[in-house]
Design a protein around this ligand. Structure first.
Ligand code: OAD
Ligand code: ZN
Length: 232
């Protein structure tokens, strides 16, 4: 089959070998909290200090990790692929862009972005964030939150993502457990629209049976091999 348009979905597994914890692995708890108990608007309303601490720790950790071979291979593919390509990541880290990926959407937001609930502006944010943080745009204090899509909130750029999936010839899912919708449902749209579907994950994901092909192993090995094949 001729492949021209590609959509790639990544999850926490692609960054695991860089040293960032996945959400649902054995190390998936954060100080005894399940992610579902921290990553919600309700948790932020109830205990903003806890939620800020969760994201501050993850943002700070970015300074000590590097993109791995999987991120680099995907950036190489982006640079060399002549057809349409869209990398949709559920990850809020910045490893794809640091590896050089350009055609990239952060559907769940970014650790290094802040969002002011008072004025609606979004802005780059590198430091710790807290209840006393003031908005660089309107100056108000208390309304700054992580620019992260929490459970119950709408992921970003869904129109662009859906459109790319409907037009793609190949849909590839890498390092995601398939536990969180709408991302977990992308494979069904891709299939329905006639795309070939491939999964690469350490173990079969929850939606493995929906893919034409499922390869198991570490992303740092599987992804460069797949990119080499595609570009040769
Ligand atoms: P999960 O932690 O649910 O799943 C990570 C997947 O990666 C698992 O299936 C692992 O087996 C696999 N994995 C681990 N190490 C790997 C490696 N070296 N190579 C390949 N695969 C590996 O993470 P996500 O599916 O990304 O949402 O989670 C989805 C969303 O749930 C996240 O974006 C986050 C979370 O709540 C938000 O922050 C909004
Ligand atoms: Zn503001």
């Amino acid at each position: 089959m001729d492949i021209r348009n590609i959509v790639i979905l990544t999850g926490a597994g692609v960054s695991a070998e860089s040293g960032l914890a996945t959400f649902r692995g054995p190390d998936g708890l954060w100080e005894g909290h399940r992610v579902e108990d921290v990553c919600t608007p309700e948790a932020f309303a109830r205990d903003p200090a806890l939620v800020h601490a969760f994201y501050d720790a993850r943002r700070a950790k970015l300074g000590s990790v590097e993109p791995n071979a999987a991120h680099r291979a995907l950036a190489r593919l982006d640079g060399q692929w002549p057809g349409d390509l869209l990398l949709v990541t559920q990850n809020v880290d910045d490893l794809h862009e640091r590896a050089g990926s350009k055609r990239l959407i952060h559907m769940h937001g970014e650790l290094k972005s802040g969002w002011c609930l008072a004025c609606g502006e979004r802005f780059r944010w590198e430091a710790a964030m807290g209840e006393q943080s003031s908005c660089p745009s309107c100056g108000s204090v208390g309304g700054v939150r992580p620019d992260i899509v929490w459970f119950g909130e709408m992921p970003y750029q869904m129109d662009r993502i859906e459109e790319a999936i409907r037009r793609c010839d190949l849909f590839v899912s890498i390092g995601t457990s398939g536990a969180v919708y709408p991302a977990a449902g992308f494979v069904q749209t891709a299939r329905y629209c006639g795309a070939r579907t491939l999964e690469m994950n350490l173990e079969p994901s929850l939606g493995s049976y929906l893919f034409d092909e499922s390869r198991t192993g570490p992303a740092s090995e599987l992804v460069p091999r797949w990119v080499d094949d595609l570009l040769s």
